[in-house]
Design a protein around this ligand. Sequence first.
Ligand code: MCA
Ligand code: AMP
Length: 512
Amino acid sequence: MAQYTPISENGPSAGNVFALFESAAIAHSERSFLVVDTKPLMSYSDMLTQTGQAAAWLRSVGVDVGDRVVVQAHKSPASVVLYLACLRAGAVFIPLNTAYQESELAYFLSDAEPSLVVASPSLPAETAPFAGARAIISGDLKAAPWLHFEDILPTVPLQPSDPAAILYTSGTTGRSKGAVLTHGNLSSNVMVLGKAWHWQDNDVLLHALPIFHAHGLFVALHCALLHASPILFHERFDADAVLRDIPSATVFMGVPTFYTRLLAEAAFDKSLCAGIRLFVSGSAPLLDTTFEEFEQRTGHFILERYGMTEALMVTSNPYDGPRIAGSVGPALPGISVRVVAENGALAKTGEPGVLEMKGPNMFSGYWHNPEKTAEDHTADGYFISGDIATEDEAGYIRIVGRAKDLIISGGYNVYPKEVEMVIDAIEGVLESAVIGVPHPDFGEGVIAIVAREHGSSITADDVAMVVKGELAAFKRPKTAIIVDELPRNTMGKVQKAELRKLHQDLFARALA
Ligand code: MCA
Ligand code: AMP
């Protein structure tokens, strides 16, 4: 059986974010780390041993400090261990959404230049063309490739500026950029959140978010790890499973769709939520109506916060003090935000402008893309978010729009350009406009307005068929509307605002 070697025997590893989790786990080694289907699956002591074994396994397959590991794996205890092992080993973790298709993966694999690709069986990364090392992890932790390893790799000492992860985010040009997040970014943000949200020694987190994006990985998982809190681990969001476990939890984090789906359950009420200390929402706007209905049903004011992959968490409504519907709260401690008006001056109170931010949370740049990194920063080092915001006298921020052409559907980002490029390449299509319109479940639903070439008999089904083969399901338009031409303004620009207005009731009508 592998022996655990604590960090103290291996010198300081303070720059490595895993060192924070390690010291909490050593102090509470007997506590449950992951609880699956109401049964304790792994203790914090097991977490220390297994991540050390998995880190040793990474070395054995040729992954060195600074090497990149691309992972397209279902959420499971094994994929959590693999992530933490990458941190321990100083490897750079690159998670990919399990919904990505093989055609979407080719780009990530060539751009990231990984040393290792790890996939769940039957996900596209299992077979996507790639010449380097590969491994498969199934949901069964007992079958993990590292479990027979006798060695434990001690946590690698690193600098806070060393890269910990690259998260790909699409862009308005349709091409994804890898945001490089450092160990220092992750450490500073989780420590700020732990304090801001008054994390308690007896907290229990119900974790139902995916772990291939910042919300589930760096916010939810890290907050629990920093305090060695037990995690009621759900492999996906399922309202019935949440209803079963919520009485045993004290903290729950979700995207707004989680909250609207919970509110649709009659059994979700005050008594069920009696043990909950904190409900957190983020990744997409929480409607005032959801905030209010939630308060009436459960007595809880959802704490809404705002973040970005490049910035981790930036603002948060207060733990103590008023949580205001429609606001994402003031900047978190140590982070500066400012709202810049169209004329380049600081916006006046209540005046909308682009939200910019700076602090120890900010990513170190886009992978292999210094031009884009420079373009998205101001001369004095603020990151230009592309979100339109207002700030009130108390410093509370409201996200009131987006300067970037982005749709957020159920907490997932969909960049219209990427979808338009796929549709525009279909024979018989002249051009397309992909927009988001209100959707009762996903907040925004993706639709495509497709202009056909003169004489073409292309149908919405033809469009759907092609898109299905090329794009992840959450990016696919739920409806395609075929037209003869798109509305343009006098400058020749497609009037997406017009189209959004025209189709704003589409889902409300369809689902009524
Ligand atoms: C699934 N589908 C979706 C979405 N999810 N379509 C649009 N938008 C989505 N988000 C598709 C499915 O592929 C399926 O398509 C159909 O909808 C029905 O699936 P369903 O079973 O309802 O979906 P689900 O498995 O229940 O997923 C819904 C979900 C999930 C639970 C809301 O999307 C989710 O976990 N979202 C969380 C996203 C997240 O963690 N974002 C954080 C990003 P078909 O019928 O065609 O097969 S991090 C971030 O934004 C920053 C840093 C921040 O501030 O946090
Ligand atoms: P991502 O690129 O996946 O990290 O998504 C970041 C984007 O999600 C931000 O730029 C915002 O547009 C949006 N976002 C995150 N949290 C919130 C929130 N609480 N309210 C409104 N939008 C949000």
